[in-house]
Design a protein. Structure first.
Length: 281
């Protein structure tokens, strides 16, 4: 366990407040699992989920409160993890949970602080955050931006809650969140496509389809883990495995051509960024 992870675990295991999770689908469920794994007392957690999955429902036997009346809850933090398209219908229930000391942490894609503020009590402390799907295995990364009413203590609590599923970065400018979504929020799909394309290329070069898929999957996963563990940056790691005049250099000559991977990725991220702005209105 890293020093940072150990600190988050200690912070959450000593958490004496109440956190309300609104929406316990894939991402909300991953966060819930992370909190419990880091030692949060289930009695400190409230889950608002009309259709809880059996594992979530089973946690109620261990002290977790499932769908209690809003009037019985005074949460220190509300984590809003419903789908963006259901947000308008969910916000009244969320607003009923908010007391003056509550920080609201939204992980809904595309829903701005202005949207949240318009549906919550005045002067609400709000944090907009964008996690990504590797949170399901504790290897996600979340970028968060607070409004001006978030206190240092609320930010610290939010950091610990978000860090239960991976790394956390903070920005001060909310307009960056569309680019964040394009890079890290949508980014896992780009990596999965790389694995698909590499497998297809291997098959075209003569490998059996199953073997090509296994090689591509293991290579992408292993290279990602090496990048995660190494202190070296991606460019240096790439250079280290590229012998002049060798096979890797021949492939990179294609991928790094003026019309190769870099400009293609720039266009892809720009398209995702534009779409994020459109969805946010």
């Amino acid at each position: 366990m890293s020093t940072s992870t150990a600190q988050q675990a200690q912070t959450l295991s000593q958490f004496a407040g109440v956190v309300a999770l609104v929406g316990a689908g894939k991402m909300g469920g991953a966060m819930l699992e992370g909190w419990l794994g880091l030692g949060v007392d289930p009695a400190r957690i409230v889950v608002i989920e009309p259709q809880p999955a059996p594992p979530v429902a089973a946690l109620a036997a261990g002290g977790l409160r499932l769908n209690p009346p809003a009037a019985t809850i005074r949460p220190d933090a509300v984590v809003l993890a419903v789908k963006p398209q259901t947000a308008p219908a969910a916000m009244a229930a969320v607003a009923a949970l908010v007391v003056p000391t509550t920080v609201v942490i939204s992980i809904m894609a595309g829903r701005t602080i202005a949207f949240l503020g318009g549906a919550l009590p005045r002067e609400a402390a709000i944090i907009r955050a964008m996690p990504n799907t590797p949170a399901a295995v504790g290897r996600g990364i979340t970028v968060a931006v607070p409004n001006g009413r978030v206190t240092a203590a609320q930010r610290s609590l939010a950091h610990s809650l978000l860090a239960a599923t991976g790394a956390v970065e903070w920005v001060a400018d909310e307009t960056l969140m569309d680019a964040v979504t394009a890079v890290s929020g949508s980014g896992p799909a780009y990596v999965f496509l790389l694995a698909e394309s590499l497998a297809h290329a291997g098959e075209a070069a003569g490998l059996p389809a199953g073997l090509a898929a296994r090689l591509a999957r293991a290579t992408v996963a292993g290279a990602g883990e090496l990048l995660h563990r190494s202190p070296l940056d991606a460019a240096t790691l790439r250079t280290n495995v590229t012998s002049p005049g060798g096979t890797t250099a021949a492939a990179l000559e294609v991928l790094m051509a003026p019309d190769g991977l870099d400009p293609l990725m720039r266009r892809a991220v720009a398209a995702a960024t534009r779409r994020g702005r459109e969805l946010a209105g």
